[in-house]
Write a protein that binds this ligand. Structure first.
Ligand SMILES: NC(=O)c1ccc[n+]([C@@H]2O[C@H](COP(=O)([O-])OP(=O)(O)OC[C@H]3O[C@@H](n4cnc5c(N)ncnc54)[C@H](OP(=O)(O)O)[C@@H]3O)[C@@H](O)[C@H]2O)c1
Length: 222
């Protein structure tokens, strides 16, 4: 069966990705900041291997890349992200959001690239957000949207290199999903979002690499 890696799997969309892929017989490499207290992640059934990874740590990223260096990762999903909706974020908060939402996805995928290239499907998805559309926008800053916009900018710059190695990579909006990040007033459940994401990633073609798609496969405006 194929292998999938889910970066940031402890809660929300990441946890549901692990649940659904494992239930469908995939081997899942799931990363969490708290492998000793995995919570719901530890209760899931299937071929699930937990790894310790805080995406702010270059050491953790390198250690995980080393741990899966002999594994062919068919699908790699960078899901970890943080919401900071404060109108005026401090410089420290801004740096933290940029680190986790914009820098870490590119750094993590870059470190894992050889494992993806070694696989059959060679698919990468970076969890972005529709709030990135039209951002960064310095005239009316919104830290979350700007950090995801910065991710999109970095993704578009590096994606041709990944594509040249045979990888199909997309920026992905998961929908407005009921999780700790959004609350229960959001529109869809993690199960609905992840069903769409799985079906999109299962049927994606190399011609779609470099696009910004939502969980139903529809284009999102950059
Ligand atoms: N929910 C939505 O409607 C929505 C919409 C658009 C985009 N997204 C994006 O989708 C992704 C998942 O969102 P969600 O709604 O599932 O959020 P969530 O419930 O808040 O979960 C966030 C996940 O990211 C992990 N994470 C945060 N900081 C991390 C770090 N430094 N290192 C490693 N893992 C870290 C968390 O781990 P801990 O448990 O250790 O904190 C958790 O597993 C995010 O990138 C988010 O921006 C969500």
């Amino acid at each position: 069966m194929p292998n999938v890696a889910v970066i940031g799997a402890s809660r929300g969309i990441g946890l549901e990705l692990v649940r659904q892929y494992a239930a469908n017989g995939w081997r899942v490499y799931a990363t969490t900041r708290t492998p000793d207290q995995p919570g719901e992640l530890g209760k899931l059934r299937g071929d699930i291997r937990l790894h310790h990874l805080d995406v702010r740590s270059d050491t953790h990223i390198a250690r995980f890349a080393d741990a899966v260096s002999k594994v062919a990762l068919d699908v790699l999903i960078h899901n970890a992200g943080v919401l900071n909706s404060r109108a005026r974020a401090s410089p420290e908060e801004t740096a933290e959001a940029m680190r986790i939402n914009a820098q870490a996805p590119i750094a993590t995928v870059s470190a894992l690239l050889d494992s993806v290239v070694a696989s059959e499907q060679k698919t990468v998805a970076l969890l972005s957000s529709i709030q990135a559309s039209g951002r960064p926008r310095p005239s009316s800053p919104d830290l979350y949207g700007d950090s995801k916009g910065e991710l999109n900018k970095r993704f578009r710059a590096i994606e041709p290199e990944w594509r040249a190695r045979g990888i199909t990579a997309i920026a992905l909006h998961p929908g407005y999903v009921k999780t700790d990040m959004t609350g229960q007033h959001a529109s869809i459940t993690p199960a609905e979002s992840v069903s769409g994401i799985r079906s999109l990633l299962n049927s994606i073609s190399p011609a779609q690499s470099g696009r910004f798609l939502d969980y139903r496969g529809k284009d999102v405006a950059w």
